[in-house]
Write a new protein. Structure first.
Length: 289
């Protein structure tokens, strides 16, 4: 069964959310709507509306115009087995000692690799994005430099691939938190699948706001692979929960946004150790002075 997507964008979150809410009253009735910030500093927001029956393009254009949005771009999406498609397209990722793979590529795991099984069907990051790969490379470099860490947490953990990578190389219990309960369930399943049950603890949390995460502080290594503004908003808590000499590995930011994030952390007494750019994405390693 084919589906249809209608996409537009407008300025400001309030207008975008109002447009999405009004779109829910369309006929045929959409099966879902979504509002997403376009992370380029322009305050533009994308609005997506999804249908199982073809909508009226004229009605969509009138709706967009009423909210000052661009005309909707309507596309028919063929019936595709997306999990099978992703399995064909996603090849294993090598990031230093780490090897991220799906079960369909189990025969390709090198004997000397720190292997991390992340199924293609799992949401919240498979390890193929340049931000995740960059964080894994940053961790690999710290290990090569002989850095030791005992208190580690992954903030915005998604599939918990970074938390699991840390648990592979350090004999400690690594904590992982995410705001999305589905992500937390996904992370817990991944932890079990990778034989790390009891080594990685996953909780639902906004930033560090969870009793388990608060009690374990101060941390000497924190991962946060999220987005620019949440990273900036987290800077005060990072300074609070990371101990002196502790490190933060940050990503989820465009290269054009990196200096703004660096400035926010330097204002909180962090120094930049290294910045690595992977295509249009940056990975930052900082130390709390």
């Amino acid at each position: 069964m084919a589906t249809w997507t209608a996409l537009t964008y407008t300025n400001g979150r309030e207008a975008a959310e109002a447009l999405a809410e009004q779109a829910e009253n369309l006929t045929p009735e959409p099966v879902g709507t979504g509002v997403f910030e376009i992370e380029d500093g322009s305050d533009r927001w994308e609005v997506g509306v999804y249908f199982t029956e073809e909508p009226d393009g004229i009605v969509l254009d009138l709706l967009a115009a009423a909210f000052g949005a661009k005309p909707f771009v309507l596309s028919e999406v063929p019936d595709v087995d997306w999990v099978a498609h992703v399995k064909r397209e996603l090849t294993p990722v090598e990031a230093g000692r780490f090897f991220v793979y799906g079960s369909h590529d189990a025969d390709q795991v090198p004997e000397d690799a720190e292997a991390l099984l992340i199924e293609a069907a799992m949401a919240f990051g498979t390890g193929h994005h340049n931000t995740t790969k960059g964080c894994l490379l940053a961790l690999d470099r710290l290990v090569k430099e002989g850095k030791k860490f005992e208190r580690i947490v992954d903030i915005g953990a998604g599939t918990a691939v970074l938390a699991m990578a840390a648990a592979r190389v350090y004999p400690v219990v690594v904590l992982a938190g995410d705001i999305d309960p589905v992500a937390v369930d996904t992370a817990k399943a991944n932890v079990i699948a990778n034989g790390l049950d009891g080594r990685v603890e996953c909780v639902e949390a906004v930033g560090f706001d969870h009793p388990l995460l608060e009690r374990a502080a101060p941390y000497d290594l924190v991962f946060a692979n999220i987005l620019k503004q949440p990273l900036i908003d987290l800077a005060p808590d990072m300074a609070r929960y990371i101990g002196h000499g502790g490190k933060a590995i940050l990503s989820g930011i465009l290269t054009t946004q990196a200096e703004e994030v660096i400035a926010a952390y330097e204002a909180r007494n962090f120094t930049l150790d290294q910045r690595d750019d992977h295509a249009e994405w940056s990975v930052l390693v900082l130390t709390r002075k």
